[in-house]
Design a protein around this ligand. Structure first.
Ligand code: HEM
Length: 382
């Protein structure tokens, strides 16, 4: 009864539109406004009344004392990442990142992606395989090695360190031990970058080396950028390629060209499920009052399934120029989108050329994380 009265007093409602789709919803538990409508999410990603800078620290004092320090230190490190920063600092580091990634999708890189896809798919065809462990993880590591101009073993070790870091970010449960591991993985990445900065083997490493040597930015900022590039490339590529295996059948390969098919894979996967933003001033969204500092969750994954923007959203179709939101939009738009596209294209082209698709045996996803993750994906390529 009390609960009902409380709901009735609220100045807004969470009503669905005519199709049953909720454009937005306020969640009392996380005290966040969730926005789901594709057009609203697209507008808000480009609205400078929202930004990525969280107004206050999370309540680390609720953790055990030894863990509190590690969590706080790790959190401060993440504030240097492009995706969790904004304003003058973000404007300063973003061009360096974009410059470092410029030209990464060149004919030689595409050729190397194609070779990697062909050999892994050929080796995995005709028998039961672990798609993640045998194909997708080694392929994504290879993509990383090509982008950084480093050998596969080195790429494997920084990818593993990135996975440890991401464990502390992606999961909703609070676990001090994970923060300690993430901190030491970040320190290891900093040491690696220190060594690589002396003789950078790619344009991207040269850009990071430049930041490393900049007295106003320095090793911590360079490591933050490195860490975001590593975590931001491997994990979403792995989950995107899992959705590809799960969803792309013979009919899709036969009927759709590579580009629209790849865009559908990204739309359906939307590996980073949402982009969190914070209000810089009081505003109103869909009739919901939003106070300065409030959290607004722009739900990319649900927006990509909004039936008013994407008719028959679970189907795979050529959507023409429909701009899905899997890579975000606006000032934080993914600077690695071109690499991700070229990497997925190489896998689709190989499957098409070898006339194989993945036949699923078993699948398990990790529930409730901010990143789409597959724990198990086994089956056969034939
Ligand atoms: C399937 C692959 C990928 C997906 C789905 C993806 C998705 C995204 C999204 C949604 C954002 C925006 C986050 C926000 O607005 O808060 C983002 C940002 C970013 N991505 Fe990607 N990404 C992918 C691959 C990559 C790759 C391959 C790289 C680098 C080689 C990369 C590097 C970054 C970086 C550095 C940012 C932060 C940009 C900024 O805040 O200015 N991503 N990505």
């Amino acid at each position: 009864m009390t609960h009902d009265r409380h709901v009735a007093r609220e100045p807004w409602n969470n009503a669905a539109d005519d199709s049953g789709f909720h454009p937005s919803r306020y969640d009392r538990v996380s005290k966040s406004l969730f926005v789901y409508s594709a057009s609203r999410v697209a507008d808000l990603l480009r609205d400078d009344r929202l930004w990525n800078r969280r107004p206050e620290y999370p309540p680390f004092e609720l953790m055990q004392s030894g863990e509190e320090d590690a969590a706080r230190k790790f959190y401060e490190f993440t504030l240097l990442w492009p995706a969790f920063s904004d304003g003058a600092y973000h404007e300063r580091i973003r061009p360096a990142l974009v410059e470092g990634l410029a030209g990464a999708v060149n004919p030689r890189a595409k050729q190397l992606f194609a070779q990697a896809a062909e050999s892994l798919i050929r080796a995995g065809t005709g028998r039961r395989i672990d798609w993640v462990g045998e194909v997708v993880w080694p392929y994504s590591v290879r993509v990383l090695s090509i982008v950084f101009g480093i050998d596969a073993n080195e790429a494997e070790s920084i990818a593993r360190l990135g996975a440890v870091v991401l464990d502390a970010i992606g999961s909703p449960s609070v676990d001090g031990h994970r923060f300690l591991s993430a901190l030491s993985a970040a320190e290891e990445l900093e040491r690696w970058l220190g060594r690589s900065a002396d003789a950078p083997s790619s344009r991207l490493l040269a850009a990071l080396a430049h930041i490393h040597e900049d007295p106003e930015l320095g090793p911590a900022v360079a490591t933050a950028l490195l860490t975001q590039v590593v975590t931001g490339s491997i994990e979403p590529l792995v989950s995107g390629l899992c959705v590809l295996a799960e969803r792309v059948g013979n009919d899709d390969l036969g009927q759709l060209a590579i580009a629209p098919l790849r865009e559908e894979v990204f739309r359906l996967a939307t590996p980073f499920r949402y982009a969190a933003r914070y209000a810089r001033c009081p505003l109103e969204i869909d009739g919901h009052p939003v106070a300065s500092g409030d959290r607004v969750v722009l739900h990319l994954a649900t927006a990509n399934m909004d039936p008013s923007a994407v008719p028959d959203p679970t189907a795979m179709r050529d959507r023409g120029r429909f701009p899905h939101l899997a890579f975000g939009l606006g000032s934080h738009y993914c600077p690695g989108a071109g690499i991700a596209r070229a990497a997925v294209d190489a896998v689709l082209a190989t499957m098409k050329a070898q006339a194989v698709v993945f036949h699923l045996d078993s699948l398990e996803r990790a529930p409730g994380e901010s990143i789409l993750r597959y724990k198990v994906l086994t089956g056969a390529l034939r």
